[in-house]
Design a binder for this molecule. Structure first.
Ligand code: BGC
Length: 411
């Protein structure tokens, strides 16, 4: 029997703000205010010549301004042609709320039409759309009202989702939100994402409000279409297996799922690295360009735990590496898939793997900007030319092998 069923979803992900270009939301304003500061901070760090020879590099202010990004907003068809040519049968992307509802209660039908076109373009190419309804950005009118802190946030979120769902429901089966906990931590405790607050009290209020909004849209989506799947993708890290740390880590990884109680149909795992408890990465061994410790086995432990706790289907909604020279990416993908396969062999119901990211993009975490290169496809930010990296071909070979005869012997 094949380990990876024919129905397994193979693909990659993106998020609107990181690839589309031309957005206007709370992050774009924040970038304009903070770019200079970010470039100054970068001057105090050590960089490899290779990174500095690229454009834009961390010493330049434009590195920190999303601007036209990859211009994916206009080039999505070309990008999906590439994904199809790489054997993908699914694609994860997000819908930019600030485009759909640029003013409170005023919905832009043209922009809704744009996302309808995206979904049609995916379907035409035989790719299943996985739609993220919120990947951290907020429309400016909502930011001005207090953003997720506003007591009516759940209502605002649900009216945006209602509009989108009505327009797209016939063609979309999978819906999710991205990393509520990671976002709250970085926006309200560390204070490095907009609105740059540092308050545990506000963080807790915002966290509850965000999940309240999520539960509301869960009920809404399921009542219109009981067959759709709605879930949460959360950033999860793996630490050393000491008992105290394990308990803390479980809480950290799975808290959004405990708080959302039964309101999710799948668990989305975003896994990148071995971590310390709250911040930073492991210091040893094999690291990415961002200094994140590569530890494929971690994905296995997280998958096993998530399944033991929740008994729900699992999707690896993000797994990726910043690797400008493409020296480690192929091995990274193989290593992680090896451990995904191991968990499946032991009976865990994993249904998809989405490499992060299809394209090089604007890295929002820690405001790194354009210099980290996560893409299966390289983007030249001057010409916007796309170039398929060799590791993308290797990922394709794995997919083809898995589709033909099971991937076991290949890995
Ligand atoms: C986020 C992505 C980000 C990736 C790499 C994830 O936590 O969802 O937006 O680019 O990590 O840092």
């Amino acid at each position: 029997m094949d380990l990876f069923p024919k129905s397994f979803f193979w693909g990659a992900g993106t998020s609107a703000h990181q690839v589309e270009g031309g957005n206007r939301n709370d992050w774009t304003e924040y970038e304009l205010q903070s770019a200079k500061r970010q470039a100054q901070i970068a001057h105090k760090k050590q960089w490899s010549d290779y990174i500095l020879q690229n454009y834009p590099n961390p010493l330049q202010e434009e590195n920190y301004i999303s601007g036209r990004a990859c211009d994916h907003y206009r080039r999505f068809r070309e990008d999906f042609d590439i994904a199809k040519s790489l054997g993908h049968n699914a694609h994860r992307f997000s819908i930019e709320w600030s485009r759909i509802e640029p003013e409170e209660g005023k919905f832009d039908e043209r922009e809704i039409g744009h996302y309808r076109e995206i979904i049609h373009a995916l379907r035409e190419r035989g790719m299943e759309p996985f739609v993220t309804l919120w990947h951290w950005t907020l429309p400016l009118w909502l930011r001005d009202k207090g953003g997720v802190e506003h007591e009516n946030f759940p209502k605002y979120f649900s009216s945006f989702v209602e509009k989108i769902h009505y327009a797209l429901k016939d063609d979309v089966r999978f819906w999710m939100i991205n990393e509520p906990q990671y976002w709250v931590y970085h926006a309200y405790i560390v204070g490095e994402f907009p609105p740059e607050k540092r308050s545990w009290r506000a963080a807790w209020r915002v966290y509850r409000n965000l999940l309240e909004g999520y539960r509301k849209i869960y009920r809404q989506l399921k009542s219109c279409d009981p067959h759709c799947s709605v879930g949460i993708a959360e950033s999860m890290g793996w630490m050393s297996p000491w008992p105290f740390r394990l308990a803390a880590q479980d809480l950290r990884n799975f808290l959004p799922f405990y708080l959302a109680r039964d309101f999710f149909d799948f668990v989305g795992i975003n896994y990148y690295q071995k971590k310390n408890f709250w911040r930073g990465s492991g210091e040893h061994g094999n690291v990415s360009d961002l200094g994140w410790e590569i530890y494929p086995e971690g994905i296995y432990h997280i998958i096993k735990k998530a399944y033991a706790k929740f008994r729900k289907p699992i999707y690896i909604t993000e797994s990726g590496i910043a690797d400008a020279r493409d020296e480690k990416r192929a091995q990274f993908i193989k290593g992680h898939l090896y451990w995904v396969a191991q968990a499946m062999r032991e009976g865990v119901d994993v249904r998809g793997y989405f490499y992060w990211s299809l394209l090089d993009n604007f890295e929002m975490p820690r405001l790194e900007g354009f210099w980290p290169r996560f893409g299966l496809v390289e983007v030249d930010y001057k010409t916007l030319e796309r170039k398929i990296r060799p590791s993308a071909q290797e990922y394709k070979n794995i997919i083809l092998q898995a589709k033909r005869s099971g991937v076991e012997e290949f890995l």
